[in-house]
Design a protein around this ligand. Structure first.
Ligand code: ADP
Ligand code: MG
Length: 706
């Protein structure tokens, strides 16, 4: 097949499948499935091996397995969580090679009966080691009535588990994908085109090793001799083949996006030199060389009649806010507007305060817009944004809403980019103007990864902290040393310092996190009655949060207990001690972000990381890295090393991009080749870009605009 013989898209209607009517079509659309071919690219989230029964004696922590055994003992016990008593059904199952406990929190009388002593069960679940025995929590189970049934284990392939949605369950997906695979595997099928092998398009190991059809077959129905653990590594040639194509699709789409943005006539702006001088003069400090360099780069970019797309990476505390304001001034000086967007209320609010202070002396007007702005104020703000009275608008993603109309927006600054998705950037672009864009992030990532995540943006690095900062000293202490830590906090406050106390909880529920913070505040207040102890967490009203932060800034609060809401951007230079509880539960970049809240003034600062036992190997490593270095760049690199291949990116980082199979860390080696391939396609086979993008990114709203 040659590239030019490709069919006009992959187009088989879903309704041609058995069991798919108009209502199912609607439901499948929620999974972005529009054609039969899309089903083939609806890739498993993970696999389960239900093809063999594992001996209980051979189980390990975190295995997922099918086991069979006889119930030796079954009893209800109670546990206390808070004020509530919880019923627990504990079932002891044994198979002659070993024993395991099954733990159930919710169970009916009938289920209890099925799990009673003497029953033979088959269970599927995840194994956990709890102190010195093994458990499965809420395993799937069925009673084995006769020997014949014992053999009815799935033998054919590993079980793929798909992303599902309401009304489209695993079994439905399995059935539809089986039908799609049958079409793919039919003799002389022209059902799916392998673009990468067309015309020897790209000489890439990942594409040469295996053809698309085999890769797709393998991914959906791996043979039982393959180990699930091996698949989780993502290194199988079939997985790499598809990861390659997915990365390529993303790259092509980012390239199109960039081309599209930059082919729009942008507006060359004045470099704002005079206004900038006036601003810099009012600052109580000299700009660092790195800050100057970035500002100059921005000046050069915006002098061109095409939109700037620049990413600024600067460690926590490197002074990105000043750069953001400087960029805004360039738009203002040219009689245009600038918008600055931050990912959280607290951070946006803080930018607003800084900006207002600076703007006042320059005679400029700043507007403020967040999701929580009250109607009356909101109306006023929308009006001054629309009539141009507002020179700079600061806010959260509320800035994206349709009703926000700018008079003439020319500069968009996005702070802490990793919290925003690509589609949100596009939304701002849709404000009808091809504004210049400056994207700022404190999460440094290696260049190849940055290129994948952000496309071919221009990148500047602020590789220098303002002078006079003393490095933050970090100590790592076990939970039992808490009394010492409290003494240390009291001593620091007595000397006039302010302190952060960060509570983290493993519970996913925000309610519980906030409760824990409230309890900590009470406890600390009892232990240190002489000091004023404040609290800020995610469930407080924004006015409340602001007032607490303001009191902390004004030194009316000595100690601020907080959940990780303070992670990003909060700036109180007098705070010089930070305590982080359960530090072992946080990732490196999050710890680094948190720690960056201190060490902003001239006083020597320290950070105490409290951990509870037992420490996993990687947690130990993370804490050691935190103790050893203050550099965000070193930390980012260590982070990559520690997590290594196979380990998933933190949600914040993946927030910038969701892949079905590729993993930009694991597949870093593919990235340069992906770039080459993308270039070749754009130059020599431009017609291929669209179908490849469509195949991988179809329906994904963020690309609807591309
Ligand atoms: P980040 O890069 O984390 O956003 P900020 O912009 O919040 O950092 O700056 C951190 C602190 O450093 C602020 O208190 C700011 O006023 C101060 N700062 C910024 N630039 C300089 C500089 N050139 N010299 C001294 N202090 C600076
Ligand atoms: Mg910042």
């Amino acid at each position: 097949m040659t590239a030019s013989s490709k069919q006009p898209g992959d187009l088989t209607a879903l309704t041609s499948l058995k069991g798919v009517g108009p209502r199912m079509v609607e439901k499948l659309a929620r999974l972005n499935l529009q054609r039969v071919q899309d089903l083939l690219f609806h890739l498993p989230l993970r696999y389960e091996d239900r093809t063999r029964i594992v001996a209980i004696g051979g189980l390990h922590h975190s295995d997922r397995a099918v086991i069979e055994g006889v119930v030796e003992h079954s009893a209800i016990s109670f546990s206390r969580s808070g004020r509530q008593r919880r019923r627990i059904l504990m079932v002891h199952l044994a198979d002659g090679t070993g024993a395991i406990k099954l733990r159930f929190f919710n169970f009916s009388k009938a289920q209890q009966e099925k799990l009673s002593k003497g029953k033979r069960l088959r269970c599927y679940g995840e194994v956990r080691r709890v102190t010195n025995h093994l458990e499965m929590i809420h395993p799937e189970f069925s009673e084995i009535l006769a020997q014949a049934e014992a053999e009815a284990v799935e033998k054919q392939t590993l079980t793929a588990i798909y992303p599902a949605t309401e009304g489209v369950h695993q079994l439905t997906l399995k059935n539809l994908i089986d039908q799609a695979l049958a079409l793919l595997n039919a003799k002389d099928s022209n059902f799916l085109i392998d673009y990468l092998t067309a015309d020897d398009l790209i000489n890439i190991p990942a594409a040469n090793a295996i053809d698309l059809k085999s890769a797709i077959n393998f991914i959906h129905r791996p043979p039982p001799e393959v180990q699930v653990a091996q698949l989780e590594q993502g290194q199988h040639p079939s997985q790499q083949r598809l990861a390659f194509e997915e990365l390529l699709a993303h790259q092509l789409s980012l390239q199109q996006l960039r081309q599209k943005i930059q082919s729009q006539a942008g507006e060359a702006l004045s470099d704002g030199a005079e206004l900038l001088q006036a601003y810099i003069k009012q600052l109580p400090f000299e700009l660092t060389t790195a800050q100057k360099k970035v500002i100059e780069a921005v000046q050069k970019d915006i002098a061109q009649p095409r939109p700037m797309l620049r990413l600024v990476q600067g460690d926590v505390g490197s002074g990105k806010t000043v750069v953001a304001f400087a960029a805004c001034l360039m738009a203002v000086k040219s009689g245009r507007q600038a918008a600055v967007m931050a990912p959280t209320e607290i951070l946006a609010e803080q930018h607003y305060q800084n900006f207002s202070l600076w703007a006042e002396q320059l005679g400029l007007t700043i507007a403020w817009l967040s999701g929580k702005t009250k109607i009356k104020q909101r109306r006023e703000m929308l009006q001054i944004i629309k009539n141009g009275a507002a020179n700079i608008v600061v806010g959260t993603h509320a800035l994206f809403q349709d009703e926000v109309e700018f008079k003439h927006l020319s500069m968009v600054v996005i702070d802490e980019q990793h919290r925003f998705g690509v589609h949100q950037r596009l939304a701002l672009k849709n404000k009808g103007v091809s504004a210049h864009q400056l994207i700022m992030t404190a999460t440094p990532i290696p260049r190849t990864l940055a290129m994948t995540a952000y496309g071919d943006l221009d990148v500047s690095v602020i590789d220098e902290l303002p002078p006079g900062r003393t490095p933050i000293k970090t100590v790592v202490l076990p939970e039992v040393r808490r009394p010492d830590v409290i003494q240390r906090v009291a001593a620091a406050i007595a000397e006039g310092s302010q302190v952060y106390w960060v509570c983290t909880l493993v519970e996913e529920s925000e309610v519980l996190q906030c409760q824990a913070a409230e309890e900590t505040q009470l406890l600390l207040q009892q232990q240190m009655p002489a000091f004023s102890i404040g609290l800020v967490h995610g469930r407080m009203k924004s006015a409340e949060k602001e007032s607490v932060m303001q009191q902390f800034k004004n030194k009316e609060i000595n100690l601020l207990v907080a959940t990780t809401v303070i992670e990003v951007g909060v700036d109180v230079p007098n705070a010089s001690l930070m305590i982080i509880e359960n530090a072992e539960r946080l990732g490196l970049s999050q710890l680094h972000q948190l720690r960056g809240r201190v060490g902003r003034g001239s006083a020597a600062s320290s950070c105490v990381l409290i951990y509870s036992q037992p420490l996993s190997k990687t947690a130990k490593k993370r804490l050691a890295v935190m103790r050893e270095t203050n550099s965000g760049f070193d930390i980012a690199e260590e982070d990559l090393k520690i997590r290594g291949p196979g380990e998933v990116l933190g949600t914040k980082q993946t927030g910038m991009m969701q892949f079905r199979i590729a993993d930009i860390l694991r597949d870093e080696a593919l990235i340069p080749v992906v770039h080459q391939a993308a270039e070749k396609i754009v130059k020599q086979f431009p017609d291929l870009a669209e179908p490849i993008i469509r195949r991988w990114l179809s329906g994904a709203e963020q690309y609807g605009e591309v």
